[in-house]
Ligand binder design. Structure first.
Ligand SMILES: *Cc1c(COP(=O)(O)O)cnc(C)c1O
Length: 405
């Protein structure tokens, strides 16, 4: 591990791991506790927190993140596929969990057997899940999804009364239990966007229609990270935090005190002086403006370093920002370090918490013209993840908070 070997390493050599993502579980615990507190206190009644750990916990590692989140205030886990849900169960995690994205032929029997709640976003899905529940010999716990305006998943308003009626029939005969009714916000990260009150009103109407059909689920849920932090009326009984868990502010420019959890770094695996006018990397899209030191970093677009950041992105070496020189390649990129005294094996930080002058994942998203989610989930499988544990004092504070209610 880069941090552990720093200082012990011989000058001018490069041994061991040359690229890694360090995941600070203490930062995740801090963020979870902060979001759980907001769920508990804000809004008109206390809500529980679901940690959304889909896409390998936004690239941070689904199992360690799930465990850290459940220790620090989350009571639910959210995933997309049945496969992800079963992987979490396979690691011995038995917390309440909801899966929400699949065709009608997924392994719902295995999900029901494993005690995984299933989202229902069409009559066809309801029918498949009912069949699976009959075969499993136990009721499926389902969450009916209404499309309140995102126009992505969920049933249209026109089809809602029918879905609700059929679900109620199946609840009466014991094949399913409608555990939740839910929807997803389109633009909560844009304060003042009129779609937010429109979706809130539509959600209320959907709940009313469900109540009129005799459904009274325990869990109504709508809020994502931005909703949790900025729209207390969206909290209902459960809130679903994704990006904020990982320390990224869902609304640009807001500061809720979240801590970024991932640091992506590598080591300088080649360092050399080159003269003025030297073309660097494929197609020589960078020409050195003077004599300079070029540094090779063994991370490329196969690892999730976007090709878009060629000639644009920055890294931190020996406390100084240096710019990427020329095209990012599949496995590596070059940095122009100027006259910085860089040694072979020096750590190179691509992004991190942002408190030592290094770029943040938001900076990378800006350079790549995307969102931080795409950068984080894009960090490739061949980049090893290393975990910093939750600090004992953080755990002690959390226990104290739980004890105080
Ligand atoms: C990804 C996802 C979330 C988490 O959203 P963030 O904006 O990252 O908090 C919540 N709900 C659903 C349905 C999602 O797909």
């Amino acid at each position: 591990m880069i941090g552990a070997t720093r200082g012990e390493r011989e000058e001018g050599s490069v041994e061991g791991i040359v690229a890694e993502a360090v995941i600070d579980l203490d930062a995740i615990a801090h963020n979870v506790a902060l979001l759980a507190e907001r769920a508990l206190v804000d809004g008109d009644h206390p809500s529980s927190l679901m940690a959304v750990v889909k896409a390998d916990a936004f690239g941070h590692g689904i199992i360690p993140v799930s465990q850290a989140a459940l220790k620090s205030g989350a009571s639910w886990l959210g995933v997309t596929s049945v496969e992800e849900a079963l992987a979490v169960r396979g690691a011995g995690i038995d917390a309440p969990m909801l899966a929400w994205l699949y065709g009608t032929d997924d392994d719902f029997i295995a999900a029901i057997d494993a005690g995984v709640d299933l989202s229902v976003s069409s009559i066809s899905h309801l029918e498949s899940i009912v069949d699976a529940a009959e075969q499993a010999g136990r009721p499926a716990l389902i969450h009916l999804k209404i499309d309140t305006g995102l126009t992505r998943n969920g049933v249209r308003f026109d089809d809602w009364p029918d879905l609700v009626r059929q679900a109620r029939v199946r609840e009466m005969d014991g094949t399913v239990r409608v555990h939740g009714i839910w929807s997803h916000l389109a633009s909560a990260d844009d304060p003042g966007n009129p779609s937010v009150p429109a979706q809130l009103a539509a959600f209320d109407r959907a709940l009313e229609i469900a109540r009129d059909s005799g459904l009274d689920p325990d869990l109504r849920h709508l809020a994502n990270s931005a909703g949790i932090l900025d729209v207390p009326q969206s909290h209902f009984d459960l809130v679903r935090a994704g990006i904020a868990l990982y320390g990224v502010e869902p609304i640009d420019g807001h500061d809720n005190g979240l801590r970024r959890a991932m640091t992506l770094r590598g080591r300088a695996v080649n360092v050399k002086r080159v003269g003025e006018g030297t073309g660097v990397s494929y197609m020589h899209e960078y020409i050195t403006p003077g004599e300079t030191t070029v540094v090779l970093v063994p991370l490329g677009y196969a690892d999730g370093v976007p090709r878009r950041v060629s000639n644009r992105g920055e890294v931190l070496i020996r406390g100084h920002r240096c710019r990427i020189a020329g095209r990012v390649a599949m496995d590596q990129f070059v940095v122009d370090a100027g006259d910085l005294p860089v040694e072979l094996g020096d750590p190179v930080v691509l992004f991190g918490p942002g408190d030592s002058g290094e770029p943040t994942v938001q900076d990378w998203a800006t350079w790549a013209e995307t969102n931080p989610h795409e950068i984080l989930t894009g960090i490739g499988a061949r980049v090893p993840r290393h975990y910093l544990p939750i600090k004992p004092e953080t755990l002690k504070n959390l226990e104290q908070e739980f004890a105080d209610g």
